[in-house]
Structure formats: structure tokens, C-alpha cells
Design a protein. Structure first.
Length: 515
């Protein structure tokens, strides 16, 4: 789905704001955004908690369970507690399935109906939830997770496009980060459910996996209820239906100018027969580089390693089962609240300042954690003192706060506002794929890294934070308040490095309306 965070709410520059009101269909659309974001966030937040539940481990990952028992009895290495390939594959399989599904979804969104693609996503989610919650063996458990991944792939591609086509321009930017906000709410919801479910034996883990059914069900119902977008209808030649939906969306009969814009946008989009090939043209290099690098860097902050495994991490820090989930709830709340900071400040202080400030804050937090853990060698079950453990939790909170107002939303927002109209949806597919691929790789590697590097894992990520902050400083131009169709002229052409990719003779293709 999601993701989100920043999806290309501007994917088709069709403004519907002449007389547009906040109509019921728009509200349903917002519910859709919310549930798609919630669903993705729930999946991200859920696995760490479930994989630290004894009943779950005993049933599906007995070797990890026995290692944990030994650790509880003061034997064995804390950092390697959860180092199991099958456990890693369990977490990562969702992302791998999502990557593969994105390719199919990009085809279905282009050639079929957006609405249908979202319905497919909903059904994948529901099947995945049912299989996971009812799992009797590893086969069911993994199949369920793969279905959830397929849901993520389909929803991530369709929901943003759908939104971009129905949202009035004036609330499009807000919707963009709103999606990321919902991801963080989903993570928090998962942490809360895990906290309660961990106390229910022996089936608490089923409740935890099954609760994803709530956002999944809402998404499916929402997708079934809404009309397809006017653009999708017009594209398929159903002009009258498109007009009717447009009237509903705008809350007015006066939709002639919007209809013209949609027809024109559709005409322009249809002229580009091979958007992926167009994406590789030299003049598209700057946004393409940012779509790829911002997503890779977003994951190299280590956020998912810390979020996925925060319950596990806290057990490794000697905080005990209960305290660990409790801390995860705190981290989840910090994540949500700090995303609000981003919504408030992104158009006031700009993208660069947020990313640069966060780079410094994340670096300091990660280095402090490394130093503290270095002093207190906790391997072989020497627990951290209460005060030290608390300090580490506080540092993790300052780290998460800075991520949530910078790389979290901006990793999505910036690619979505730098692609030209003709390559925007292909650019979105690249963004989603690189996100899922990097998330997958980090999820796959983190538990082994925690086992082999121990607290050095924090130093590893702090090194990457330096690299990405330097990258932002030298290469990322400010895009705040620049209309999308003027990015070439006003941003790339003026940048010391990127200007060499923009050909002066090339008249930038403009979108139909201003951003
Ligand atoms: C990232 C996710 C991450 C989430 C955390 C998103 O922007 O893409 O990978 O889990 O932020 O809030």
C-alpha cells in the first residue's frame, strides 16, 4: 500500500478545486487512505511483537524458543536469541511477495479499473489474515504472510493513484503525509494489540495476527463501495459515467473545466507509450536517482530493524517480556506524534532543513546507544541497570522522533513531487519497489547483524546516517513551494550538479494544471 507515506497524490495533475467541497465520497476516500496506511503499518508493527511471544515461538520456531528458554535460565547470548533464518524469512516474505505483486498491480492499475485493483488488495489481505490467524503449521503461516505481501503490492500501487485522481489539489499535499501518519497509527495499533495479546495464553498470537482483519475488512468494504475514478472511467471511454462521478466528487454540476482537464491529462498520458523507457532518459535522471536513493537511505537509517525488532531488542537489553512490549508502545506513540510535527513543518521550514536536522539527531542518538552498550557488555546475560536501559529507550525515542519528521514521510513525498506527469506513475512503481526491496533486505539481515555485530548494529546505521546527510547537503535541492511542472526549470537547472542532465533545448512538458 503503502505506502505511502508520500504517494504520488499529484500523479495526474487534475485539479478539482474550482467549486469542490468536502463531499461524502471524499470522506470515504480518506477512510480508504487511512485503512490502506493502517494495514501496512499494522503489518510492519505486528511481526516483532508476535515473534517474541513464547506460545508462537514454541509452535512454529521451536529452536528459537529453546534458545530463549536457555537465555531466560541465564545461559546463551542475548544478541543471538532470535537469530533464525526461518524467522527472518517469515518477517521478510511479506516484502518479497509485495515486490512481485507490484509488477502485476502496475499492469492492472493501468489497464483495468483502479477500484478493482483495490478490491483485489482487500481480498489478499483478508485471506492472509485468516490463514495467519488460523495457522496450524508453517505452511499456512507463510502462505498467509505472502498473501498479506500481495495485498501490500496491490494497495500500494492503486490507492495512491486513486487518491491522486479524486483529491482536490488544495488538500493533496496534506493527504500525502496523512498516509504516512496512518502507517504510524497502524504500527502503534499493532504494538497495543501485541501488548494485550501477549498476556493471553496460548492463543494470544492468533488474536494479534487476526486483528489485522479490521483494517483489511474496512479497506475491502471501502473499495467495493466507492465509484471508480473519473480518470479511469474516461480512459475507458465511459465519459458519461465519468461526468456523473465527477459531479458527486466535486459536489457541483459545474464540472466542465475539470472534465476537460481529465480528458487532456488522459490524452497526454496516453501519448507516452513506454513510461519505463521514458524514465531512463537522461533528463529524468535526477528524479529517478532520488526515487531510488531516498528509499534506500530511508531503510539504511535502520528504522525497520529497530521497529520490527524493538520488542526483541528490549528483551535482548534485559528489559523482560512485558517491559519490552510496553516500550514498543512508547516508540509507536513517538512515531505518530512526530509525524504530526512533519505535517505541520514540511511546508514551513522545507524538506532540506528537516532532513539535515534529523541526520544530526539520529547520528547522536545512535552513537550514544552504541557507546552505552559498549560500556555495559550485556552478552552472557549481564543485564543493563535500570537507569541505563531507560537511557537507551530514551535515545531510541529521540532517534525515532527525528526519523518520523524527516526520512519517514519525505522519503515518499520528495519522489512524488519531482517526477514529470508523463513518468509519474512509472516513477511511483520504482519508488514502491525500491522501498519494499530495501525493507526486505534490511529485515532479512538485521537479526544476523544483531547477532554478529551486537550493539555495533547501531554504529553501522549511524555510519549510513552520515552518508545520507552528506548526500542531502550536496545533492538534494529544496522543492518546497515549487510547482511540479516547474521543477526542471526552477530546481534541476539551477542546481550545481543536476543542471548537466537538463538539456536547455528541451522544452519541459508541462502538466495540465499548476500544482
Ligand atoms: C517506511 C516504512 C517504515 C515506516 C515507519 C515508512 O516511511 O517506508 O518502512 O516502517 O515509515 O514509520
Amino acid at each position: 500500500m503503502w505506502p505511502r507515506g508520500g504517494y504520488p497524490m499529484e500523479a495526474l495533475e487534475v485539479s478539482m478545486d474550482s467549486e469542490a467541497k468536502i463531499t461524502p465520497i471524499l470522506i470515504i476516500t480518506c477512510v480508504l487512505v487511512a485503512t490502506a496506511g493502517l494495514m501496512f503499518g499494522y503489518d510492519v508493527g505486528n511481526s516483532g511483537g508476535v515473534t517474541s511471544m513464547d506460545d508462537f515461538l514454541e509452535k512454529f520456531f521451536p529452536s528459537v524458543f529453546h534458545r530463549k528458554l536457555m537465555y531466560d535460565n541465564d545461559n546463551g547470548s542475548a544478541y543471538c536469541l532470535f537469530n533464525s533464518e526461518t524467522l527472518q524469512v517469515f518477517t521478510s516474505s511479506l516484502y518479497l511477495a509485495g515486490i512481485i505483486a507490484t509488477f502485476f498491480a502496475s499492469y492492472t492499475t493501468r489497464h483495468l479499473v483502479r477500484k478493482l485493483t483495490m478490491v483485489v488488495a482487500g481480498f489478499f489481505f483478508i485471506s492472509g489474515v485468516v490463514l495467519g490467524a488460523a495457522a496450524q503449521n508453517l505452511g499456512m503461516l507463510f502462505t498467509g504472510r505472502i498473501f498479506l505481501g500481495c495485498g501490500v503490492g496491490f494497495a500500494n500501487q492503486a490507492v495512491p493513484l486513486f487518491l491522486s485522481e479524486v483529491a482536490p489539489t488544495k488538500i493533496r499535499g496534506g493527504l500525502n503525509i496523512l498516509f504516512q501518519l496512518n502507517v504510524t497509527v497502524g504500527i502503534l495499533f499493532a504494538n497495543l494489540v501485541n501488548y494485550g495479546a501477549a498476556k493471553i495464553h496460548p492463543w494470544g498470537w492468533r488474536l494479534s495476527l487476526g486483528s489485522a482483519g479490521i483494517p483489511a475488512f474496512l479497506l475491502t468494504i471501502g473499495a467495493l463501495l466507492v465509484d471508480d475514478t473519473p480518470t479511469s472511467l474516461v480512459e475507458r471511454g465511459r465519459i458519461e459515467e465519468g461526468k456523473a462521478v465527477l459531479k458527486k466528487l466535486c459536489g457541483t454540476d459545474n464540472i466542465e473545466s475539470e472534465l476537460k482537464e481529465i480528458m487532456e491529462a488522459t490524452r497526454v498520458a496516453q501519448q507516452v507509450k513506454r513510461p519505463f523507457r521514458e524514465l531512463l532518459q537522461r533528463h529524468n535522471r535526477p528524479p529517478l536517482v532520488f526515487a531510488i536513493f531516498l528509499q534506500i537511505f530511508q531503510q539504511l537509517t535502520g528504522i525497520n530493524a529497530i521497529l520490527f525488532y524493538s520488542p526483541v531488542l528490549f528483551i535482548s537489553l534485559g528489559l523482560g517480556n512485558d517491559a519490552s512490549l510496553y516500550s514498543a508502545v512508547i516508540l509507536g506513540s513517538v512515531n505518530v506524534l512526530s509525524t504530526l510535527v512533519s505535517i505541520y513543518s514540511v511546508d514551513r521550514v522545507g524538506r532540506r532543513l528537516l532532513l539535515l536536522e534529523a541526520g544530526v539527531q539520529m547520528f547522536i542518538s545512535l552513537v550514544m546507544i552504541t557507546v552505552v552498550l559498549h560500556w555495559h557488555v550485556i552478552d552472557n546475560s549481564e543485564d543493563l541497570s535500570h537507569g541505563t536501559a531507560l537511557f537507551v529507550v530514551v535515545m531510541i525515542c529521540t532517534y525515532i522522533a527525528s526519523f518520523a519528521w524527516s526520512w519517514g514521510p519525505l522519503g515518499w513525498l520528495i519522489p512524488s513531487e519531482t517526477f514529470q506527469l508523463e513518468t509519474r506513475s512509472a516513477g511511483q512503481s520504482v519508488t514502491v519497489c525500491v522501498n519494499l526491496l530495501s525493507t526486505f533486505s534490511i529485515a532479512q539481515a538485521s537479526l544476523s547483524m544483531l547477532c554478529h555485530l551486537q550493539y555495533g548494529i547501531f554504529a553501522f546505521f549511524s555510519g549510513w546516517v552520515v552518508v545520507m546527510t552528506v548526500f542531502v547537503y550536496f545533492f538534494l535541492p529544496e522543492t518546497e513551494n515549487v510547482p511540479i511542472e516547474e521543477i526542471s526549470e526552477k530546481v534541476w537547472k539551477k542546481h550545481w550538479f543536476w543542471k548537466r542532465f537538463i538539456d536547455d533545448d528541451r522544452i519541459p512538458k508541462t502538466s495540465v494544471t499548476s500544482a
